[in-house]
Design a protein around this ligand. Structure first.
Ligand SMILES: Nc1ncnc2c1ncn2[C@@H]1O[C@H](COP(=O)(O)OP(=O)(O)OP(=O)(O)O)[C@@H](O)[C@H]1O
Length: 842
């Protein structure tokens, strides 16, 4: 992107700025300009703008009010263990918030954040983290809106997005930057920036989208707001407090980019947890046209755990409300059977349960296309709802009639959708979320098309952009990911290469010729297989997991039933995908599940040991989207086991553990994980790593964990989101080496109170490591070390350490290798400690 022209204007005016202001601006003038500033920002941040489900089409009175979201607050922060796709973390966030031990973070209302940022003189950096669509930008807008409406707040607020800062490629001063953005303050900005910094609140939204590196070690210090510097350097100097020291700085970011900011520079850390169950209900009541529609939508979502889990995310609630409410209304008073009837196609009767279940309805995995139960199906319904119900010229017709017309309408939008999908896909590859007219033009999308009803809801104009040109972004990143996947699958199925982006004219002819030649050479089915594999390889190579959801959508869009929802976009009689597949051990496929090659590919990902555990969990999400017919039976087995109904000692494969991790992610109400005597080894434990820190009780006894397993546990214990209070690892083959590794993890842990580790052969060396831990640990209350080959030497180490530890209450040392004297000494020691119960015998 080029530097914006207005910047140079700012440079020339800067030299004269200070003198002009000194002479001309009286205090009254300054107050008047600040009042104007409030007015302008207030207008730019009206609630209607961010609450609109249908862009600018509805009047303010039709829009529901802002729904409260839940946040958690803590002092300082640490980078989370997981870097998986943001959407999967939200349910867990609530599990933590509801039961978090003291000091882990308290939940709070947004008004508290407003209070401290707008009224307190607190300076420093406030970091607001939240997964995609959790409502960070919405909260920023509300904050600015509340400030503009408040008479009392004396703060001067500036609000910019990192998306906008990305557009400034030439060095620029902070003063110029703000002058360009807030031209109405040009006359008094030098004064503001030179006086009381404590009055300033600067908001920078969307750190995860910032394209410039932040180098906190090597960036030259700059404290002069009039000095030009690169955007990366400016942000570093702002965060370090070199520029405008004493000002309040609010940064927002998705979790994966938090590590860009050194924790010691952050004063307060908030996490947007999204909607609690009550807030979800409130949202649907406020958003759906009738309370009855809201109830039906909510009832439907409640019976599908993967969907319900995602409804903690406000943006997903909006997708769901848009996807389902028109169909619900179209059905009148009948109970919600099929929120989006499949036009002229026959619908198979799906056995999906409609009653909410206590744990996870995943075992009733969808078997037919009749009811949207996967995330992909919901997005298909969302797209269809916008095209069918919100389209131009269809206002007068009944909803039922519009549904009958759907295939024709969708056929008419095919090429536009393909262009849009190509834009989305290219953006995803380049990690780009903002597009200008040239981007749209290159894909034969005309800016004037953007006023069409459909596009208004899909692409938003970035009105507050610093760019002089018009720029656009997808209404939500997950919509960009969905359209990219739709494009990818459509291209692949038609034999074209999704990575080949044709230029209009001659190049597209070349593209077509190339496609035909490759098709002839490789065969259509091999080409599709190749493309799908390519998509998964691409996702694996990105640590941030930003292509995970894309892959889930690709998996879901290869299911024939999903094609039926979008009948008209997908050809009505598609080429039979992979008929008579001869693959090894092909899973028995139902006619409604994805092609066997995809199921095989996903299962083979689950076998691979070198794949990161969160990638493996994502493969399970993909299997769910692909309607893997075996998944529900396997999940049922796990549910029995977790309910302690299964016989211990069954043989398990590594793949099983990844599937269990997936299931546990979808079961936020489960607090205790009991996997005793399940043949769980270190590799299995590694696959469970993404979910291990989230349980308050981990019962892992009688499993061959060994020192390698201890290393995995140690990682879980170090995780900042760790909630483990009871860790039971009786007879797990830790030995002294495993004990050493485990105590290293416990050294950085503040949650474990109860450690049971009988029969682990830790010996004196292990006892020594434990003793060293006890010198500093103030959390552990109960340690059980029965039968661990500890001798008098080990007992001496423990006693010496316990002189410094007054928090341990119970230490069991039965059946160790103590001499009579040793036991006596331990008993003597215990007598002097009223609060410590030492149990010992020879
Ligand atoms: N408190 C809320 N009340 C009602 N709707 C909300 C609320 N928060 C978010 N939404 C809905 O979710 C959509 C996405 O929210 P928003 O853009 O604020 O999320 P975000 O966390 O900034 O996402 P990203 O990380 O992708 O930028 C909004 O356009 C709005 O429809």
């Amino acid at each position: 992107m080029s530097c914006i022209p207005a910047c140079t204007e700012g440079t020339t005016k800067r030299a004269t700025g200070a003198s002009i202001t000194n002479k001309e601006n009286t205090k009254d003038n300054q107050l008047e300009l600040l009042r104007k500033h409030k007015e302008i920002l207030g207008r730019e941040h009206v609630p209607a703008d961010y609450l609109s489900v249908r862009g600018g089409q509805l009047s303010g009175s039709e829009l529901g009010p802002f729904t409260e979201t839940t946040l958690s607050q803590r002092q300082g922060y640490a980078v989370p263990l997981r870097y998986q796709h943001e959407t999967t973390e939200v349910g867990d966030a609530f599990r933590k918030a509801e039961l978090g031990p003291e000091g882990q973070g308290q939940t709070c209302e947004f008004s508290k954040v407003c209070q401290s940022l707008l009224f307190d003189r607190a300076d420093g950096v406030t970091l607001l983290s939240g997964v995609a669509g959790s409502g960070k930008t919405t909260l920023v807008r509300r904050l600015v809106h509340d400030w503009a409406a408040s008479e009392e707040s004396q703060k001067v607020v500036f609000s910019l997005s990192f998306r906008e800062l990305n557009l400034v490629s030439e060095p620029q001063s902070l003063q110029e930057l703000l002058c360009v953005h807030y031209n109405h303050l040009r006359a008094i900005l030098p004064q503001i920036l030179a006086s009381d910094f404590g009055r300033i609140l600067l908001i920078l939204d969307g750190l995860d989208e910032f394209r410039f590196p932040l180098d906190f070690d090597r960036t030259p210090k700059c404290s002069d707001p009039e000095l030009a510097q690169s955007m990366g350097d400016m942000v570093v100097n702002l965060i370090k407090g070199n520029l405008l020291p004493g000002m309040s700085l609010l940064l927002t970011s998705r979790p994966h980019a938090l590590s860009k900011v050194p924790p010691q520079l952050v004063s307060v850390f908030y996490t947007v947890l999204g909607f609690s169950p009550d807030q979800q209900r409130q949202y649907f009541l406020q958003t759906c046209r009738t309370p009855r529609a809201a109830e039906k939508v909510l009832q439907y979502v409640s019976s599908h755990q993967p969907l319900l889990l995602m409804c903690h995310i406000p943006a997903f609630c909006w997708i769901v409300a848009t996807a389902l409410q028109d169909s619900v209304e179209a059905q009148g008073s009948t109970p919600l059977q099929d929120p989006m009837p499949l036009s002229t196609h026959e619908t198979t009767d799906s056995p999906i349960a409609t009653e909410p279940k206590t744990m996870c309805t995943l075992t009733d995995a969808p078997q037919g296309p009749g009811k949207p139960a996967t995330v992909t199906e919901i997005y298909c319904c969302f797209l269809k709802a916008i095209l069918v119900f919100h389209g131009e010229g269809r206002e007068g017709t009944s909803r039922v009639h519009r549904l009958q017309e759907a295939p024709r309408v969708l056929r008419g939008m095919r090429s536009l959708l393909r262009d849009l999908g190509a834009l989305a896909f290219r953006g995803l590859l380049e990690r780009r979320f903002l597009f200008d007219a040239a981007d749209l033009g290159a894909l034969a999308l005309n800016c004037s098309d953007l006023s069409r009803a459909f596009l208004v809801e899909i692409l938003r104009e970035d009105r507050a952009s610093l760019a002089c040109e018009r720029s656009f972004h997808f209404i939500h990143t997950s919509v960009q990911e969905f359209l990219a996947a739709l494009y990818y699958v459509l291209q692949s199925l038609s034999g074209a290469d999704p990575f080949f982006s044709p230029k209009p004219g001659l190049a597209s002819l070349t593209g077509k010729a190339l496609t035909a030649a490759t098709c002839r050479l490789l065969g259509h089915n091999r080409l599709v297989r190749r493309n799908v594999k390519k998509a998964f390889r691409l996702s694996e190579s990105h640590q941030s997991g930003h292509l995970d959801l894309f892959c889930r959508f690709v998996s879901g869009l290869l299911v024939p039933g999903t094609h039926q929802i979008l009948d008209g976009i997908f050809p009505r009689e598609p080429r039979k995908l992979f008929p008579g597949s001869t693959g090894r051990a092909a899973a028995p496929t139902s006619p409604t599940s994805a092609p066997p090659f995809l199921l095989r590919l996903l299962h083979s990902q689950l076998q691979r040991q070198e794949l990161r555990p969160e990638r493996q969990v994502n493969a399970c999400h993909c299997l769910y989207e692909a309607l893997d017919p075996g998944l529900s039976a396997r999940m049922q087995n796990w549910l029995c086991l977790l309910a302690q109904q299964a016989v211990a000692g069954s043989v398990r494969t590594e793949q099983d553990w990844s599937e269990l991790a997936f299931l546990l992610e979808l079961s936020p109400s489960l607090q205790d994980l009991n996997l005793e005597a399940q043949g769980l080894g270190a590799e299995g434990l590694r696959r469970l790593l993404p979910v291990l820190p989230l349980f308050s009780t981990l019962r892992l006894g009688l499993n061959p964990l060994g020192p390698e397993g201890a290393a995995i546990l140690s990682q879980a214990l170090r995780s900042p989101d760790c909630r483990i209070e009871r860790l039971w690892v009786v007879q797990t083959g830790l030995g002294c080496e495993g004990m050493k590794i485990l105590t290293e993890g416990l050294r950085e842990n503040h949650t474990v109170v109860d450690l049971r580790m009988a029969i682990n052969g830790i010996g004196d060396e292990g006892a020594y490591c434990l003793a060293e831990l006890l010198r500093t640990n103030r959390t552990l209350r109960d340690i059980r070390l029965r039968d661990n080959k500890v001798t008098d030497k080990g007992a001496e180490c423990l006693m010496a350490a316990l002189v410094e530890n007054t928090t341990l209450q119970c230490l069991w040392l039965f059946d160790n290798k103590f001499s009579k004297d040793g036991v006596q000494r331990l008993k003597e020691f215990a007598k002097g400690r009223a609060t410590l119960d030492i149990k010992v015998c020879i």
